[in-house]
Design a protein. Structure first.
Ligand SMILES: *Cc1c(COP(=O)(O)O)cnc(C)c1O
Length: 429
Protein backbone atom coordinates (compact mmCIF):
# COMPACT_ATOMS: atom_id res chain seq x y z
CA UNK A 1 0.00 0.00 0.00
CA UNK A 2 1.19 3.49 -0.83
CA UNK A 3 2.31 5.52 2.22
CA UNK A 4 -0.16 8.47 2.42
CA UNK A 5 2.57 10.58 4.06
CA UNK A 6 4.26 10.86 0.68
CA UNK A 7 1.27 12.82 -0.63
CA UNK A 8 1.56 15.56 2.02
CA UNK A 9 2.68 18.70 0.13
CA UNK A 10 6.05 20.14 1.17
CA UNK A 11 6.25 23.39 3.15
CA UNK A 12 7.57 25.39 0.18
CA UNK A 13 4.66 24.27 -1.96
CA UNK A 14 2.12 25.14 0.73
CA UNK A 15 3.64 28.59 1.27
CA UNK A 16 3.67 29.26 -2.48
CA UNK A 17 -0.10 28.87 -2.72
CA UNK A 18 -1.53 32.31 -3.65
CA UNK A 19 -4.01 32.42 -0.75
CA UNK A 20 -1.28 31.42 1.70
CA UNK A 21 1.09 33.99 0.20
CA UNK A 22 -1.59 36.66 0.76
CA UNK A 23 -1.90 35.51 4.37
CA UNK A 24 1.87 35.91 4.79
CA UNK A 25 1.46 39.57 3.78
CA UNK A 26 -0.95 40.09 6.71
CA UNK A 27 0.41 37.73 9.31
CA UNK A 28 4.11 37.38 8.65
CA UNK A 29 6.13 34.45 7.40
CA UNK A 30 6.96 32.75 10.68
CA UNK A 31 3.44 32.49 12.00
CA UNK A 32 2.05 31.13 8.70
CA UNK A 33 4.91 28.68 8.29
CA UNK A 34 4.48 27.34 11.82
CA UNK A 35 0.75 26.88 11.28
CA UNK A 36 1.36 25.12 7.95
CA UNK A 37 3.85 22.78 9.59
CA UNK A 38 1.37 21.87 12.31
CA UNK A 39 -1.24 21.05 9.67
CA UNK A 40 1.27 19.04 7.65
CA UNK A 41 2.01 17.01 10.76
CA UNK A 42 -1.66 16.25 11.20
CA UNK A 43 -1.78 15.02 7.60
CA UNK A 44 1.32 12.84 8.16
CA UNK A 45 -0.32 11.40 11.27
CA UNK A 46 -3.25 10.38 9.13
CA UNK A 47 -5.67 12.80 10.82
CA UNK A 48 -6.19 14.81 7.67
CA UNK A 49 -6.37 14.11 3.94
CA UNK A 50 -3.17 15.48 2.31
CA UNK A 51 -5.26 17.34 -0.28
CA UNK A 52 -6.71 19.45 2.56
CA UNK A 53 -3.43 20.86 3.88
CA UNK A 54 -3.70 24.30 2.21
CA UNK A 55 -7.39 24.74 3.10
CA UNK A 56 -6.83 23.63 6.70
CA UNK A 57 -3.84 25.92 7.09
CA UNK A 58 -5.93 28.86 5.91
CA UNK A 59 -8.69 27.89 8.31
CA UNK A 60 -6.27 27.58 11.22
CA UNK A 61 -4.69 31.01 10.72
CA UNK A 62 -5.68 33.79 13.13
CA UNK A 63 -7.10 37.09 11.84
CA UNK A 64 -4.18 39.05 13.20
CA UNK A 65 -0.61 38.42 14.33
CA UNK A 66 -1.63 39.90 17.69
CA UNK A 67 -3.34 37.51 20.09
CA UNK A 68 -5.01 40.30 22.09
CA UNK A 69 -8.77 39.68 22.28
CA UNK A 70 -11.37 42.37 22.78
CA UNK A 71 -13.65 41.16 25.58
CA UNK A 72 -16.97 42.40 26.96
CA UNK A 73 -16.73 43.39 30.61
CA UNK A 74 -20.03 42.31 32.17
CA UNK A 75 -18.50 41.85 35.64
CA UNK A 76 -19.88 45.09 37.04
CA UNK A 77 -16.34 46.07 38.03
CA UNK A 78 -15.68 49.22 36.00
CA UNK A 79 -11.90 49.07 36.26
CA UNK A 80 -10.98 45.42 36.09
CA UNK A 81 -7.22 45.00 36.37
CA UNK A 82 -7.30 41.64 34.57
CA UNK A 83 -9.23 43.23 31.72
CA UNK A 84 -6.80 46.10 31.21
CA UNK A 85 -8.46 48.66 33.51
CA UNK A 86 -9.94 51.68 31.69
CA UNK A 87 -11.22 51.30 28.12
CA UNK A 88 -10.16 54.34 26.08
CA UNK A 89 -12.52 56.91 24.59
CA UNK A 90 -12.92 56.99 20.80
CA UNK A 91 -10.79 60.17 20.42
CA UNK A 92 -8.08 58.57 22.56
CA UNK A 93 -8.11 55.49 20.32
CA UNK A 94 -7.86 57.72 17.23
CA UNK A 95 -4.98 59.67 18.75
CA UNK A 96 -3.20 56.46 19.58
CA UNK A 97 -3.49 55.24 16.00
CA UNK A 98 -2.19 58.53 14.61
CA UNK A 99 0.69 58.53 17.05
CA UNK A 100 1.57 55.02 15.92
CA UNK A 101 3.17 56.51 12.82
CA UNK A 102 5.89 59.14 12.60
CA UNK A 103 4.82 62.13 14.72
CA UNK A 104 5.88 65.47 16.16
CA UNK A 105 6.13 64.09 19.70
CA UNK A 106 9.43 65.83 20.36
CA UNK A 107 9.69 68.36 17.55
CA UNK A 108 8.44 71.95 17.39
CA UNK A 109 7.06 72.21 13.86
CA UNK A 110 7.20 76.05 13.97
CA UNK A 111 10.88 76.32 14.69
CA UNK A 112 11.93 72.98 13.25
CA UNK A 113 13.90 72.43 16.45
CA UNK A 114 13.65 69.84 19.13
CA UNK A 115 10.62 70.47 21.34
CA UNK A 116 9.62 69.34 24.83
CA UNK A 117 8.49 65.76 24.66
CA UNK A 118 4.74 65.54 25.20
CA UNK A 119 4.38 69.32 25.66
CA UNK A 120 0.74 69.31 24.52
CA UNK A 121 -0.13 66.53 26.98
CA UNK A 122 1.49 68.42 29.85
CA UNK A 123 -0.40 71.56 28.82
CA UNK A 124 -3.68 69.61 28.79
CA UNK A 125 -3.03 68.32 32.31
CA UNK A 126 -2.20 71.78 33.58
CA UNK A 127 -5.36 73.23 32.09
CA UNK A 128 -7.40 70.43 33.66
CA UNK A 129 -5.74 70.92 37.07
CA UNK A 130 -5.16 74.65 37.48
CA UNK A 131 -3.72 74.14 40.97
CA UNK A 132 -0.76 72.29 39.43
CA UNK A 133 2.17 74.52 38.52
CA UNK A 134 3.71 71.72 36.49
CA UNK A 135 3.15 68.12 35.44
CA UNK A 136 5.16 65.09 34.44
CA UNK A 137 4.03 61.72 33.08
CA UNK A 138 5.72 58.36 33.66
CA UNK A 139 4.95 54.74 32.97
CA UNK A 140 2.44 54.07 35.77
CA UNK A 141 1.53 55.06 39.30
CA UNK A 142 4.21 52.83 40.78
CA UNK A 143 6.83 54.48 38.55
CA UNK A 144 5.67 57.90 39.73
CA UNK A 145 6.11 56.83 43.36
CA UNK A 146 9.52 55.31 42.62
CA UNK A 147 10.68 58.48 40.89
CA UNK A 148 9.50 60.73 43.71
CA UNK A 149 11.10 58.50 46.35
CA UNK A 150 14.37 58.28 44.44
CA UNK A 151 14.69 61.93 43.51
CA UNK A 152 13.42 63.41 46.77
CA UNK A 153 14.22 60.90 49.52
CA UNK A 154 16.88 58.34 48.53
CA UNK A 155 19.30 58.05 51.45
CA UNK A 156 16.79 59.86 53.63
CA UNK A 157 13.37 59.21 55.09
CA UNK A 158 9.81 59.15 53.88
CA UNK A 159 7.43 59.88 56.73
CA UNK A 160 4.07 58.14 56.44
CA UNK A 161 1.22 56.83 58.55
CA UNK A 162 1.32 53.16 59.57
CA UNK A 163 -2.27 52.71 58.38
CA UNK A 164 -1.22 53.75 54.88
CA UNK A 165 1.40 51.03 54.32
CA UNK A 166 -0.85 49.36 51.78
CA UNK A 167 -0.73 46.48 49.35
CA UNK A 168 -2.47 47.47 46.12
CA UNK A 169 -2.97 44.05 44.57
CA UNK A 170 -1.09 41.11 43.07
CA UNK A 171 1.49 41.36 45.85
CA UNK A 172 2.39 44.98 45.03
CA UNK A 173 3.23 46.65 48.35
CA UNK A 174 3.86 50.36 48.36
CA UNK A 175 6.31 50.22 51.32
CA UNK A 176 8.47 47.66 49.48
CA UNK A 177 8.54 49.81 46.38
CA UNK A 178 9.54 52.87 48.39
CA UNK A 179 12.37 51.17 50.26
CA UNK A 180 13.66 49.59 47.04
CA UNK A 181 14.71 53.09 45.98
CA UNK A 182 17.08 53.46 48.93
CA UNK A 183 14.73 55.60 50.99
CA UNK A 184 13.88 54.59 54.56
CA UNK A 185 10.35 54.62 55.90
CA UNK A 186 9.54 56.47 59.06
CA UNK A 187 6.18 55.11 60.17
CA UNK A 188 4.01 57.26 62.39
CA UNK A 189 0.80 56.62 64.32
CA UNK A 190 -0.95 53.27 64.71
CA UNK A 191 -2.89 51.16 62.23
CA UNK A 192 -6.09 53.02 62.89
CA UNK A 193 -5.07 56.46 64.15
CA UNK A 194 -2.51 59.11 63.40
CA UNK A 195 -2.30 62.76 64.46
CA UNK A 196 -0.50 65.79 63.11
CA UNK A 197 1.81 65.75 66.13
CA UNK A 198 2.91 62.20 65.22
CA UNK A 199 4.13 63.52 61.91
CA UNK A 200 5.69 66.59 63.48
CA UNK A 201 7.69 64.50 65.95
CA UNK A 202 9.09 62.36 63.13
CA UNK A 203 10.43 65.22 61.01
CA UNK A 204 14.11 65.99 60.99
CA UNK A 205 17.28 66.38 58.99
CA UNK A 206 16.66 63.04 57.30
CA UNK A 207 13.18 63.82 56.05
CA UNK A 208 12.80 63.71 52.27
CA UNK A 209 9.06 64.19 52.25
CA UNK A 210 5.83 63.34 54.02
CA UNK A 211 3.75 60.85 52.05
CA UNK A 212 0.03 60.37 52.23
CA UNK A 213 -1.30 57.28 50.47
CA UNK A 214 -4.95 56.82 49.65
CA UNK A 215 -5.94 53.31 50.78
CA UNK A 216 -7.60 52.68 47.44
CA UNK A 217 -8.80 49.12 47.95
CA UNK A 218 -10.03 48.97 51.53
CA UNK A 219 -11.66 51.13 54.22
CA UNK A 220 -10.84 51.27 57.90
CA UNK A 221 -13.89 52.07 59.96
CA UNK A 222 -14.55 52.47 63.67
CA UNK A 223 -12.12 54.26 65.99
CA UNK A 224 -9.99 55.94 63.35
CA UNK A 225 -8.22 59.21 62.73
CA UNK A 226 -6.24 60.36 59.72
CA UNK A 227 -4.65 63.70 58.99
CA UNK A 228 -5.99 65.41 55.88
CA UNK A 229 -3.56 66.92 53.37
CA UNK A 230 -4.88 70.34 54.38
CA UNK A 231 -3.34 69.91 57.85
CA UNK A 232 -0.10 68.32 56.65
CA UNK A 233 0.76 71.58 54.89
CA UNK A 234 1.61 73.00 58.31
CA UNK A 235 4.58 70.63 58.45
CA UNK A 236 8.00 71.81 57.49
CA UNK A 237 8.53 69.24 54.71
CA UNK A 238 7.23 68.64 51.19
CA UNK A 239 3.91 66.79 51.21
CA UNK A 240 3.36 64.15 48.53
CA UNK A 241 -0.12 62.68 48.17
CA UNK A 242 -0.66 59.42 46.29
CA UNK A 243 -4.35 59.58 45.40
CA UNK A 244 -4.14 56.43 43.30
CA UNK A 245 -7.37 56.70 41.38
CA UNK A 246 -6.54 59.63 39.13
CA UNK A 247 -9.62 61.82 39.49
CA UNK A 248 -8.45 65.27 38.40
CA UNK A 249 -11.37 67.04 40.06
CA UNK A 250 -14.12 65.99 42.49
CA UNK A 251 -16.70 63.59 41.07
CA UNK A 252 -20.23 63.68 42.46
CA UNK A 253 -20.62 59.92 41.88
CA UNK A 254 -17.77 59.22 44.33
CA UNK A 255 -17.94 61.86 47.06
CA UNK A 256 -15.26 60.20 49.24
CA UNK A 257 -12.69 59.78 46.49
CA UNK A 258 -9.70 62.16 46.60
CA UNK A 259 -8.87 64.22 43.51
CA UNK A 260 -5.75 65.97 42.29
CA UNK A 261 -7.11 69.52 42.23
CA UNK A 262 -8.44 69.41 45.80
CA UNK A 263 -5.29 67.75 47.14
CA UNK A 264 -3.11 70.49 45.60
CA UNK A 265 -5.46 73.29 46.62
CA UNK A 266 -5.34 71.86 50.17
CA UNK A 267 -1.59 72.25 50.19
CA UNK A 268 -0.03 69.10 48.76
CA UNK A 269 3.25 69.87 47.01
CA UNK A 270 3.04 66.87 44.72
CA UNK A 271 0.17 64.60 43.73
CA UNK A 272 0.68 61.13 42.27
CA UNK A 273 -2.02 59.25 40.37
CA UNK A 274 -2.60 56.52 37.79
CA UNK A 275 -3.86 57.34 34.30
CA UNK A 276 -5.85 54.16 33.68
CA UNK A 277 -8.06 54.14 36.76
CA UNK A 278 -10.89 56.64 37.28
CA UNK A 279 -9.33 59.13 34.84
CA UNK A 280 -10.20 56.59 32.15
CA UNK A 281 -7.03 56.92 30.09
CA UNK A 282 -4.01 54.84 29.11
CA UNK A 283 -1.68 53.23 31.64
CA UNK A 284 0.60 55.95 32.98
CA UNK A 285 1.55 57.73 36.18
CA UNK A 286 0.79 61.40 36.70
CA UNK A 287 2.91 63.72 38.81
CA UNK A 288 1.30 67.12 39.39
CA UNK A 289 2.39 69.97 41.62
CA UNK A 290 5.12 72.47 42.38
CA UNK A 291 7.27 73.43 39.41
CA UNK A 292 10.50 73.16 41.34
CA UNK A 293 9.76 69.60 42.53
CA UNK A 294 8.56 68.44 39.12
CA UNK A 295 11.74 69.85 37.60
CA UNK A 296 13.85 67.82 40.03
CA UNK A 297 11.95 64.69 39.02
CA UNK A 298 12.20 65.43 35.29
CA UNK A 299 15.95 65.98 35.49
CA UNK A 300 16.70 62.86 37.54
CA UNK A 301 18.51 60.15 35.53
CA UNK A 302 15.84 57.59 36.51
CA UNK A 303 13.20 59.68 34.71
CA UNK A 304 14.52 58.43 31.38
CA UNK A 305 13.95 54.83 32.41
CA UNK A 306 10.35 55.59 33.34
CA UNK A 307 9.56 57.66 30.25
CA UNK A 308 6.21 57.08 28.52
CA UNK A 309 5.93 56.36 24.84
CA UNK A 310 4.32 58.55 22.18
CA UNK A 311 1.20 56.34 22.11
CA UNK A 312 0.51 56.96 25.78
CA UNK A 313 1.13 60.69 25.51
CA UNK A 314 -1.29 60.93 22.57
CA UNK A 315 -4.03 58.88 24.24
CA UNK A 316 -3.62 60.76 27.53
CA UNK A 317 -3.96 64.19 25.91
CA UNK A 318 -7.12 63.09 24.08
CA UNK A 319 -8.52 61.64 27.32
CA UNK A 320 -7.87 64.80 29.32
CA UNK A 321 -9.04 67.25 26.64
CA UNK A 322 -11.75 65.16 25.05
CA UNK A 323 -15.28 64.02 25.93
CA UNK A 324 -16.00 61.92 29.00
CA UNK A 325 -14.28 58.55 28.58
CA UNK A 326 -16.24 55.28 29.04
CA UNK A 327 -15.25 54.94 32.72
CA UNK A 328 -16.69 58.36 33.60
CA UNK A 329 -19.83 57.62 31.58
CA UNK A 330 -20.26 54.33 33.41
CA UNK A 331 -19.80 56.07 36.78
CA UNK A 332 -22.66 58.41 35.92
CA UNK A 333 -24.93 55.88 34.20
CA UNK A 334 -28.63 56.26 34.99
CA UNK A 335 -29.67 53.11 36.94
CA UNK A 336 -33.21 53.29 35.48
CA UNK A 337 -31.76 53.17 32.01
CA UNK A 338 -29.51 50.25 32.93
CA UNK A 339 -32.56 48.40 34.24
CA UNK A 340 -34.51 49.10 31.03
CA UNK A 341 -31.63 47.66 29.02
CA UNK A 342 -31.44 44.60 31.28
CA UNK A 343 -35.21 44.04 30.93
CA UNK A 344 -35.09 44.34 27.14
CA UNK A 345 -32.21 41.90 26.96
CA UNK A 346 -33.82 39.42 29.38
CA UNK A 347 -37.07 39.54 27.37
CA UNK A 348 -35.27 38.78 24.12
CA UNK A 349 -33.40 35.89 25.72
CA UNK A 350 -36.53 34.51 27.38
CA UNK A 351 -38.35 34.65 24.03
CA UNK A 352 -35.53 32.53 22.64
CA UNK A 353 -36.07 29.98 25.41
CA UNK A 354 -33.30 30.96 27.85
CA UNK A 355 -33.98 31.21 31.61
CA UNK A 356 -33.02 34.90 31.84
CA UNK A 357 -34.29 37.53 34.28
CA UNK A 358 -33.49 41.20 34.75
CA UNK A 359 -32.30 42.09 38.25
CA UNK A 360 -31.04 45.17 40.05
CA UNK A 361 -27.39 44.86 41.00
CA UNK A 362 -24.49 46.75 42.49
CA UNK A 363 -21.40 47.60 40.49
CA UNK A 364 -18.06 48.77 41.88
CA UNK A 365 -15.31 51.02 40.57
CA UNK A 366 -12.63 48.38 41.26
CA UNK A 367 -9.03 48.65 40.14
CA UNK A 368 -7.84 50.77 43.02
CA UNK A 369 -10.50 53.38 43.35
CA UNK A 370 -13.46 54.17 45.56
CA UNK A 371 -13.24 51.20 47.94
CA UNK A 372 -16.58 50.30 49.41
CA UNK A 373 -18.54 52.55 47.05
CA UNK A 374 -21.43 50.68 45.42
CA UNK A 375 -22.89 51.97 42.18
CA UNK A 376 -26.54 51.11 41.48
CA UNK A 377 -26.67 48.96 38.36
CA UNK A 378 -28.71 46.28 36.60
CA UNK A 379 -27.93 42.84 35.25
CA UNK A 380 -29.34 39.89 33.36
CA UNK A 381 -29.25 36.79 35.55
CA UNK A 382 -28.63 33.40 33.94
CA UNK A 383 -27.80 30.00 35.43
CA UNK A 384 -24.21 29.67 36.65
CA UNK A 385 -23.19 27.25 33.87
CA UNK A 386 -23.43 30.07 31.31
CA UNK A 387 -20.37 31.84 32.70
CA UNK A 388 -17.81 29.46 31.25
CA UNK A 389 -19.42 29.28 27.81
CA UNK A 390 -19.64 33.07 27.69
CA UNK A 391 -15.98 33.40 28.63
CA UNK A 392 -14.95 30.99 25.89
CA UNK A 393 -17.23 32.58 23.28
CA UNK A 394 -16.40 35.01 20.51
CA UNK A 395 -16.12 37.72 21.65
CA UNK A 396 -15.41 36.49 25.16
CA UNK A 397 -17.89 37.86 27.70
CA UNK A 398 -16.82 38.09 31.35
CA UNK A 399 -19.75 37.78 33.73
CA UNK A 400 -19.97 37.95 37.54
CA UNK A 401 -20.82 34.93 39.62
CA UNK A 402 -23.06 35.75 42.53
CA UNK A 403 -24.98 33.26 44.66
CA UNK A 404 -24.95 30.49 42.04
CA UNK A 405 -26.05 32.85 39.31
CA UNK A 406 -24.22 34.20 36.31
CA UNK A 407 -24.86 37.94 36.22
CA UNK A 408 -24.34 40.00 33.08
CA UNK A 409 -23.92 43.38 34.76
CA UNK A 410 -24.45 46.27 32.35
CA UNK A 411 -22.60 48.98 34.30
CA UNK A 412 -19.38 48.63 32.28
CA UNK A 413 -21.03 47.49 29.03
CA UNK A 414 -21.50 50.28 26.47
CA UNK A 415 -25.09 50.34 25.23
CA UNK A 416 -24.04 49.52 21.67
CA UNK A 417 -22.74 46.16 22.93
CA UNK A 418 -26.17 44.93 24.10
CA UNK A 419 -26.72 43.15 20.78
CA UNK A 420 -23.31 41.47 21.15
CA UNK A 421 -24.34 40.34 24.63
CA UNK A 422 -27.63 38.96 23.33
CA UNK A 423 -25.88 36.90 20.68
CA UNK A 424 -23.22 35.73 23.10
CA UNK A 425 -25.86 34.54 25.59
CA UNK A 426 -27.77 32.71 22.84
CA UNK A 427 -24.58 31.02 21.67
CA UNK A 428 -23.76 30.02 25.26
CA UNK A 429 -27.26 28.65 25.95
C1 LIG B 1 -3.12 51.80 41.88
C2 LIG B 1 -2.33 52.51 42.89
C3 LIG B 1 -0.94 52.63 42.75
C4 LIG B 1 -0.19 51.98 41.62
O1 LIG B 1 -0.52 52.55 40.40
P1 LIG B 1 -0.24 51.75 39.05
O2 LIG B 1 -0.66 52.71 37.99
O3 LIG B 1 -1.07 50.51 39.10
O4 LIG B 1 1.22 51.45 39.01
C5 LIG B 1 -0.25 53.33 43.70
N1 LIG B 1 -0.90 53.90 44.75
C6 LIG B 1 -2.22 53.80 44.92
C7 LIG B 1 -2.86 54.46 46.10
C8 LIG B 1 -2.99 53.11 44.00
O5 LIG B 1 -4.32 53.01 44.16
Amino acid sequence: MRDPRRDVPGTDRVLADPAIAAAIENLGHRLVKRTAQQVQQRARDGELDPSRVVAETLAALPDSPSSVRAVVNATGVLLHTNLGRAPLSDPARDALLRAAGTTDVELDLHTGKRGTRGAATIAALREAVPAAEAAHVVNNGAAALALAATALAAGGEIVLARGELVEIGDGFRIPDLLTSTGARLREVGTTNRVRLDDYRAALGEQTGFVLKVHPSNFVISGFTAAVPAASLRELDAPVVVDIGSGLLEPDSALPDEPDAHTALADGADLVIASGDKLLGGPQCGLLLGRAQLIERLRKHPLARALRVDKLTLAALEATVRGPRPPTARALHADPARLLRRARALAEQLTAAGLPATAVESEATAGGGGAPGALLPSAAVALPERFAKHLRLGDPPVLARLERDRCLLDLAAVPEECDETLRRAALAAG
